[in-house]
Design a protein around this ligand. Sequence first.
Ligand code: BES
Ligand code: ZN
Length: 654
Amino acid sequence: MVLNQKNILFCVCVGIFASLFKGTGYFFNMFSFYSPSGRNCSTMEKTGLSPLDPSSFSRPELAVVTEIFLNLSVNFDKKILIGNVDLSVKKIDENVNEIVLDSSKLNIASIYDAETNDKLEYNLSEAIAEYGSKLSVQLPKKDSNSYKIGIKYETSPDATGLQWLSPNATAGKKHPYLFSQFQPTHARSVLPCQDTPAVKTKYTATISAPQEYTVLMSAICNGSKELHGGKLSHFVQTVPMPSYLIAIAVGVLQSRKIGPRSHVWAEKEIIEDCAFEFAETEHQLKTAEEICGPYVWGIYDLLVLPPSFPYGGMENPCLTFVTPTLLAGDRSLANVVAHEIAHSWTGNLITNRNFEHFWLNEGFTVFVERKIKGRLESPQSQDFDAYTHVTELNETVNRIGKDSPLTQLVVNLKGVHPDDAFSIIPYEKGQTFLRYLENVVGGPENFEPFLRKYFDTFKYKSIETKDFQDFFNNYFNSNPDITLIDWKTWLYSPGMPPVIPDYDKSLAVICDNLIEKFLKWDGEGEIPLTIDDKKNLTTNQIIYFLQIISEAEAQPIKKLEMLNNVFGFNDIKNSEIKFRWLRVCIKARWEEKVHVALTWINIVGRMKFVRPLYRDLYQWEEIKQRTVDNFLANRHSMMHVSAYTLEKDLHVDA
Ligand code: BES
Ligand code: ZN
């Protein structure tokens, strides 16, 4: 470890932090890979993780990757990508002669100077679970500070950032399928890189795949051609972006044009449904541009993945990935697309420097997503979204623990993997904070110009919370009300936000009345809800209705049967409704619903649904073993992040 001022300061801070938390139990969990005997600079050295990004080994402050050139072939039989990557490197600190990269489970064949082909020495350190290995490469000896190094390698079949699907996990059932999910730290399992969002690079890629497959990436495709019975596709991403936004999908796909700069991609079995569901994409994009400024990424395509995709959506530039569980048939779940569109500014243009500041990505994105909704639908539905999520935030805070540091807006990820820290806290507490700030400075007419200036000032950069705070204080320095803002509590106190803004509740009140009627009903005689009540509710109101019922005390099965007679929940297609209905049924210990829930989560991999359902079933004593057995039988076909997080939720050994 090169000792500079920052490092020394960091080690002192770790020391102070360590003594504060000694003996709390939490501390040992936080620092699980630090030996209890010495949490100091030398242990930091042992883990090799960066003092600037606790989730990466790379040291871009010493030597930084400036461009990536990928050249890979897709091998479905072996479930590997094989080829090479060239990295342009710039030395920052004159005194270093190596570049430090992240890698995980990669089989490296050779590393060389890509300009001379001379071999380069390298060292691959022992892997640390979930973080991978530090890869240090000696830089070529030459006068200039710019280098190009080449790495010949292949991925492992269990690369954590890839999912290799067998044909039966696809809609067509005939061809295998490959997709990636790199956020937060899985790019390193597919290419050696500086896998920290502090580093932004352009990239190009040449991908070879069997002829009948379409290759898509988070970049502009500038052509594919036939070669030796296979197909070569070329991609270029000219906007610098973090490694977690590199993405690839390979499958037998079709596309439909859904706007002047958008196509939707999917397997042919669902392509028409997709074209219908996402027909409002261009409206959403235009509205986002009105709020945020020009869209710089050229195209905005959508890829609808097979159901095992672990997230609702992923903002891969030029090509948002989404789950097929958004296909409700009525465009009611398209807010996820608005969310991913908003990331084109918040996250993809302005990026969190490390995942401790993840709220700068997600809190801002939810805030902008709801502004899009406010403009496209109504201010009432914008507020309804915000208000209903307060309940979900509350549920999450209670589950994680209202004193847990993981409920802070800015978290400490030293020793905590970002996949373990993931929750809706940075999303909802983050958007609540922004809405609060907006109110303090006098509403959208003052805040939105600020937001534009913020985007313009920090675009193409990676920043941390203090950058935002300083910029805000500077911009509004003549506004006396900003002295009211308790930044420390908002950013660093655990638990619920200190202030919940006064949201418009007109859409919620209607539901609250029905909820009250239903909960008070003793189950005798007629159910106090009618088909007209159902007709008068929007999908989002029904979702809220069930959300509240699912958090209330367990209901008698008889009441739920009657509720189903009115609302038809047993046959519902909408995944958000189905999810909450199943939670209500499981809470009621409605035995025949166990099979329904397990069957669903064996197909659908979206963690937002799968994790709570698994946790609910696990808490049901009589069903616990069946739940665990179901997980064990299926975990091998899940993406790493789903299996990994569920192992912890269900207390199963890895
Ligand atoms: N970037 C996230 C997904 C993500 C976060 C993947 C962290 C891996 C690590 C994406 O933009 C997202 O937030 N998706 C949400 C959408 C929702 C909030 C509208 C989802 O997946 O549900
Ligand atoms: Zn997001």
